[in-house]
Design a protein around this ligand. Structure first.
Ligand code: ZN
Length: 91
């Protein structure tokens, strides 16, 4: 009976040595889609903000409220309120 060993050559050696990586904050200018105000904030590169922190919170809250509303509407669509057994009313 043979035992097959899976190749386990996924190891990688990364030499860092004395190299130090320094990340500096930079001014990032963005226009907040929530309040439409352009402002500049100091941020680390790579993940620049697009929202004010407060606005993002606000938007998140509004968004979840909106999602709840949509969910409720979708449910209402799936189960429309019943009307009485239908004889069309004649004027
Ligand atoms: Zn804002």
């Amino acid at each position: 009976m043979e035992t097959e060993e899976p190749e386990a050559n996924t190891e990688q050696t990364i030499e860092v040595g004395n190299y130090k990586r320094t990340i500096q904050k930079r001014p990032v200018t963005f226009t907040c889609p929530w309040c439409n105000i352009t402002s500049t904030e100091l941020h680390y590169p790579g993940n620049p903000p697009q929202w004010h922190r407060e606005c993002k919170k606000e938007a998140y809250r509004a968004d979840s409220a909106k999602r709840m509303k949509e969910l409720r509407e979708r449910r209402a669509e799936a189960n429309p309120p019943r009307r009485g057994p239908g004889r069309p009313r004649k004027p």
